[in-house]
Design a binder for this molecule. Sequence first.
Ligand code: ATP
Ligand code: MG
Length: 452
Amino acid sequence: MASRLTSFVSNYLYEQRIRQDSLSVERLASTVAPLFQSVRSDALDELLMTSGGEMGGRLMVLDNDGKVQYDSFSALMGTRLQLPEVLAILTGGENTGYGIHHPSGEGEAVAYCAARLTGTGGTLGVLLYASTVTEMMNSLQGVERQLIMVFAAMALVAVVAAFLVSHVLTRPITAMTRTIDRMGQGDLSVRVPEQGSKEIWNLAKSYNTMAEQLETLDRSRNQFVSNASHELKTPMTTMKILLENVIYQPDMPAEVRNEFLQDMNHEIDRLTNIISDLLTLTRMDSKAMELNPSAFDFSQSCEDTLRLLRPQAEKRSQRLTGKIDPAITLVGDKVKLEQVIYNLVENAIKYTPDGGAITVSMGRRGSQAVLSVRDNGVGIPEDDQKHIFERFYRVDKARSRETGGTGLGLSIVRQLVTLHGGSIAVESKPGSGSTFTVKLPLRQAERAGKEG
Ligand SMILES: Nc1ncnc2c1ncn2[C@@H]1O[C@H](COP(=O)(O)OP(=O)(O)OP(=O)(O)O)[C@@H](O)[C@H]1O
Ligand SMILES: [Mg+2]
């Protein structure tokens, strides 16, 4: 490419020079011809000298044999010049000839420009112009050298730029690939560096968000498994102790033995409850939970559930009041929505001291059915409020142990409400009570019905 360009440039300069020289020599030839024919030697000498001086070279007139008749440098008079440019005119029939010669080897260059001298009777000879073109050749070589240098510099810049660009582009991708590989091997804590161009940066950010969610999921799954094992182990331990007492004390009084057996029976009930709760949750997780949707009277369900729980409240002398708007019809899974009410009211009873008050209200607000369960019990500290819907989360572990809670009730409630397209919120102040509010969209429930 570089050499193509330099040869293009040099050809251009070269041709320019030829055209210039040929034009001057041809023009001069038409003036020289009549002088040469009429042998006006003085005038011819004069003309050659001045023109040669102006053009900056040597002018010669050669006869038809190629012998020098006039020479502005006077040195070659009478010599025969066998130059190809001259022969081209005298024997080859050309009108002009041009060529560059290197008479004394490297460096020096002489350009010959020949033009036919035409007289009245035909060709008279040749006007030959010789000029040193060493300078032109040198400058051409200089141009060539400079061009090559420019090209070399450009090539270098291009190579460096290509390297930098590919480095900048591929480095973040390589880093990302490495990180993804490590994640694939099970290390979920690694993150991709957020760097590089905007697109790559976005990709890295999305990837990290995904990794974050995966890690959270993994962590909560692990926690779930360990919590579940723990919850299942406790009643097992209790039962084993009770059982061992019965086995190794054969002379134990009948009523004590009976009490132990009743305790074991109670533990088995607890275990069964936990296991059925866990099954409910996993079924909901795997989306295998089947809703049996139907249009039903939600108000009626609420009344029924309250009646079911009333004995528990009465046992603790609590006032359980229902403020239920009649005939609120929902489309949804009746049994599961009744479980929502049950779990919330059961909690209210459990976490309210003897003699407290629990109010369950239900009404229609716009396109939503709103259920709220309020108590004036122990309340939930602000920091715990955002966690109580998590599996196995209990505010006061010791207290809940007494009351037999596992911390699964509210997470089941939230799942069920979400499945029906609704939402749940809690408002609470430690010491003065809690209010749980469930909103179930009436239309959304219809849609859930169709999907189910
Ligand atoms: N009405 C309430 N007043 C005060 N604290 C509450 C109330 N409802 C729930 N909590 C707190 O939230 C925790 C989680 O409740 P959740 O119903 O999920 O579990 P649980 O009642 O302990 O066990 P279970 O699985 O038997 O329902 C409870 O342990 C309790 O600390
Ligand atoms: Mg509960």
